[in-house]
Design a protein around this ligand. Structure first.
Ligand code: PMT
Length: 397
């Protein structure tokens, strides 16, 4: 069944940005009911919200249409989540003090569940001790999102900017996920490393970091404190409260993972570190020459095995490795499980172009000492959740 979001809109100048949020929610199958304050209506016509949400917009507590129900109680009870965005200092102050003098504040008072609040205002209003006290008060019962930093509509520069719609959307998605990894420290090695040939050329592989990023997002949604040591790949999840540390080489990835490993509950290693490095790496760019025979051959040497070195100091950590294989997938994976001292290994067939490297899909074996589970072809987000389910099932946490 569709989740019902009640979106309370107050008269912040960022109100137009809420339109993006509404369409993002509707596209992702949420049922959105918008409630506007009278002042919000002066900034934007409710018809725009009605068109995007495909639902009537409510504004006045005394207005009655066909039904005789008490509207604010019905709206409060019928919603799975209330989000207030943008939330002005004025409405925030009312809510913090239990004042109910319009439809929106009446609904809020009648709704006894945790809400998501998105304050947005001038930096001086935000920093005012009264506003700060109100935020602290509201944080006891609700999720108060931190505003962004930057140029504000009034010309000032500082904190108070309305967050990007995708960050609010992520907070909403996360709200509905069970927090079975609450406060667990999850460390992830993600993406491809690179090893330089000269200052402008390198050896690497086709890992896109998608598997690692999906694991990070799912673990974060499930309540974990997530650190990603990220190779030479992109991520769309950098603003979602995940700690990203960028590295290039195997040595750097090892150094950063090792720094966090002692204090980690779960290490996940979908990274594809380069197995070789260049022995005769040049400090200056190799010049193009006509006859290829005159180039110095590139000599390679073995690179550090990050996982194997980390697990030498394994204590309480639950360690999950990955195995990228092209044949005898399960057999090779089982030998890596033992050799690398892992609790679990996730094996995928990287010879299949539709899954594995740089695809949004994968099909894996999740292998522990006593069990092998095989998945269908699923999205990497679904695979990530299956891996986290297996860790939770093992009850090693
Ligand atoms: O990033 P994507 O495009 O989403 O693709 C995902 C993936 C295919 C990269 C991922 O699912 C995967 O299979 N990751 C493991 C890649 C790999 O290096 O496999 P391996 O079998 O060579 O290594 C076994 C384990 O040792 C892995 O956990 C690997 O991170 C680790 N390793 C490998 C080499 C090395 N020098 N140091 C390591 O720590």
């Amino acid at each position: 069944m569709k989740k019902r979001i009640l979106l309370g809109v107050t008269s912040g100048i960022a109100i137009y940005k809420t339109l993006d949020l509404v369409s993002m929610l509707v596209k992702n199958d949420y049922d959105v009911n918008v409630v506007m304050t009278e002042n919000a209506k002066k900034l934007i016509n409710p018809i725009i919200f009605e068109t995007l949400s495909k639902n009537k917009v409510y504004t006045d507590v005394f207005y009655r249409d066909m039904d005789v129900e008490v509207k604010h109680i019905k709206l409060a009870l019928n919603s799975d989540l209330i989000v207030l965005a943008p939330l002005t200092a004025n409405t925030m102050a009312k809510i913090a003090n239990g004042i109910a003098d319009n439809l929106l504040t009446n609904i809020v008072l009648a709704h006894n569940k945790k809400m998501i609040l998105v304050p947005s205002m001038n930096v001086n209003m935000l920093n005012n001790p009264i506003t700060q006290r109100n935020i602290k008060q509201l944080e006891k019962d609700h999720i108060v999102m931190e505003s962004d930093f930057g140029h504000l509509a009034c010309g000032d520069y500082g904190k108070g900017k309305f967050p990007q719609a995708k960050r609010i959307f992520e907070q909403i998605e996360s709200y509905f996920v069970d927090k079975d990894l609450q406060d667990k420290k999850v460390l992830i090695g993600c993406g491809a490393t690179i090893e330089n040939i000269d200052p402008v050329r390198y050896i690497s592989n086709f890992s896109s970091g998608k598997m690692g990023n999906e694991l990070a997002l799912c673990a974060k949604r499930r309540g974990a404190i997530v650190t990603v040591v990220c190779g030479n790949v992109k991520s769309d999840y950098r603003d979602f409260g995940i700690n990203y540390i960028d590295v290039k080489t195997n040595e750097q990835m090892y150094e950063q993972l090792n720094k966090y490993f002692n204090d980690t509950d779960i290490l996940l290693m979908p990274a594809a570190p380069v197995d070789f490095k260049v022995k005769n790496k040049k400090d200056t760019k190799i010049k193009k020459i006509k006859d290829c025979k005159n180039y110095d051959p590139i000599e390679i040497e073995e690179n550090i095995d990050i996982l194997k070195n980390l697990t030498k100091n394994k204590k309480k950590q639950f360690v999950v490795g990955f195995a990228a294989e092209t044949n005898s997938v399960k057999e090779y994976a089982i030998s890596k499980l033992k050799d690398k001292n892992l609790n679990l290994i996730v094996a995928n067939d990287v010879s299949n172009k539709n899954i594995g490297f740089n695809s949004d899909f994968n099909k894996v074996f999740i292998i522990s000492k006593d069990e092998i589970k095989e998945t269908e072809v699923l999205t990497k987000r679904e695979i990530a959740n299956k891996i986290l389910d297996s860790i939770v099932e093992k009850k090693c946490l």
